[in-house]
Design a protein around this ligand. Structure first.
Ligand SMILES: Nc1ncnc2c1ncn2[C@@H]1O[C@H](COP(=O)(O)OP(=O)(O)O)[C@@H](O)[C@H]1O
Ligand SMILES: CC(=O)OP(=O)(O)O
Ligand SMILES: [Mg+2]
Length: 419
């Protein structure tokens, strides 16, 4: 058997899926270690005997896992363990390991990871301080543990290479931008590529005819305007810090705010290592801000519960701030798409599970014609449908939830391009 291993190092989780190298990318195993920015981590894991028969399943088992590379090692132990008298797969069967690398610079396509490519991506780690280095640690572990496996980097930034120049250019000195390759890159691109194809399939249109506003809302959150199946604007920028707030990220703020935060904000941070060079300012804005800095927790599910059920003042503040920033992008992208969007898509951990958040956002943007059927909204978080329609019957534009899958997107790209 030949298999494809897909690894996705998010800011708060590592997700892994293993597929048979077959035209339909049959799923053999999928799982995640979540809560990597919280006190407690959880392992979820399902392996399959066939497409309808589960071999082994674990849901939200409490584990101690200090970092992303350890999460990968937990996964490797499971892969190597016997289920009954049968080992699921031999390591030699893994032909390709696909890695979601958040910042790929201007690369429009996946790259085979050679020593030179590894070095190039390592240099970009400064521009995605919660992601690139952690993903590269996993690449390193794959290289040393899976000797015969080729490693391929898939970039979150690639999907946004279609953004026009006047949008990706910042209003600062052009020479400086050129010299340091400063521009809006944008991220969550594997997710937006998946959302585009699944939404087009669901609506029965070609990808090239699809105009939507997509929201990927997780520990890192972003919005994207998709015109004719291509990204024309997105809220993240040079780094994943710009745009919406996240679990520990501030999102867009007045840039001069940081000079008023600490007098030593421009000094190197204690979190700096030989691999990632962070100033105190970057450390504050990437790791000590976001909804955690308002509420004390990175768990948006818990914030929602406290805000809605307990009327907790700070939880309500964080919830309302997020709703405000998200709806602001929906309005901006509605204009960017000249009112031609046919759907608003919610995806990512919060987009898929946060029914209260969806209700609050739709309430704010209902003037654009978006609607929500509360009965459907309540079931959307539990359905296994990849695309789920929440809109009211007579709605002119749709409100959809898409269970996004960055690992499956990589596997499908491998099979489509015969990598
Ligand atoms: N029921 C829920 N309601 C709202 N948010 C939730 C719910 N369950 C999980 N979440 C949030 O989803 C986020 C994780 O999203 P995910 O996209 O998986 O993360 P990552 O950015 O690591 O890829 C966390 O902030 C988590 O609290
Ligand atoms: C780009 C980004 O923020 O990714 P994630 O949401 O997985 O942390
Ligand atoms: Mg993610």
């Amino acid at each position: 058997m030949s298999a494809i291993l897909c690894l996705n190092a998010g800011s708060s989780s590592v997700k892994f899926s293993l597929y048979r190298y077959s035209p339909d990318a049959t799923l053999l195993l999928t799982g995640s270690v979540s809560g990597l920015t919280a006190d407690q981590q959880y392992l979820t894991y399902t392996s399959y005997k066939s497409s309808s028969e589960v071999l082994e399943s674990i849901k939200n088992q409490e584990i101690d896992c200090p970092d992303h590379d350890s999460a990968f090692k937990v996964f490797m132990e499971h892969l190597n363990s016997k289920v009954g008298d049968k080992r699921l797969i031999s390591f030699d069967d893994i032909y390709l390991a696909c890695h979601r690398i958040v910042h790929g610079g201007g690369n429009p396509r996946p790259l085979l990871i050679t020593e030179e490519v590894y070095h190039e991506l390592d240099i970009l780690s400064d521009l995605a301080p919660l992601h690139n280095q952690r993903a590269l640690d996993i690449v390193h572990s794959c290289i040393s543990r899976l000797k015969g496996t080729k490693n391929v980097a898939f970039f979150d930034s690639s999907f946004h290479m279609t953004i026009p120049r006047h949008i990706y250019t910042y209003p600062i000195d052009l020479d400086v931008q050129k010299r340091h390759q400063i521009r809006k890159y944008g991220f969550h691109g594997l997710s937006y590529a998946f959302i585009t194809r699944e939404t087009a399939d669901y609506l029965g249109v070609d990808d090239g005819d699809l105009n939507i506003i997509a929201l990927h809302l997780g520990s890192g959150a972003s919005a994207c305007a998709i015109l004719g199946g291509k990204s024309i604007n997105t809220s993240m920028g040079l780094t994943p810090l710009e745009g919406l707030p996240g679990a520990t990220r501030s999102g867009s703020i007045d840039p001069s705010l940081i000079f008023h935060y600490h007098s030593d904000s421009s000094r190197m941070s204690t979190a700096s290592s030989k691999d990632v060079h962070l100033t105190i300012a970057e450390d504050i804005l990437n790791k000590r801000s976001g909804w955690q800095s308002i509420t004390g927790t990175t768990d948006f599910g818990l914030i929602t519960k406290r805000a809605v059920e307990e009327n907790d003042e700070l939880a309500k503040l964080a919830f309302d701030m997020f709703v405000d920033r998200v709806s602001m992008y929906v309005g901006q992208y509605w204009v960017a798409l000249q009112g031609k969007a046919v759907a608003l898509v919610f995806a990512g951990g919060i987009g898929e599970k946060g029914k209260e958040l969806r209700t609050a956002v739709i309430d704010k943007v209902s003037c654009l014609g978006f609607t929500i059927d509360e009965k459907l909204n309540a079931t959307a978080s539990t359905t296994s449908d990849v695309v789920f329609d929440l809109s009211k019957k007579d709605a002119k534009v749709k409100t959809l939830v898409v269970q996004t899958d960055e690992q499956l997107q990589m596997a499908k790209e491998v099979i489509a391009t015969r990598l």
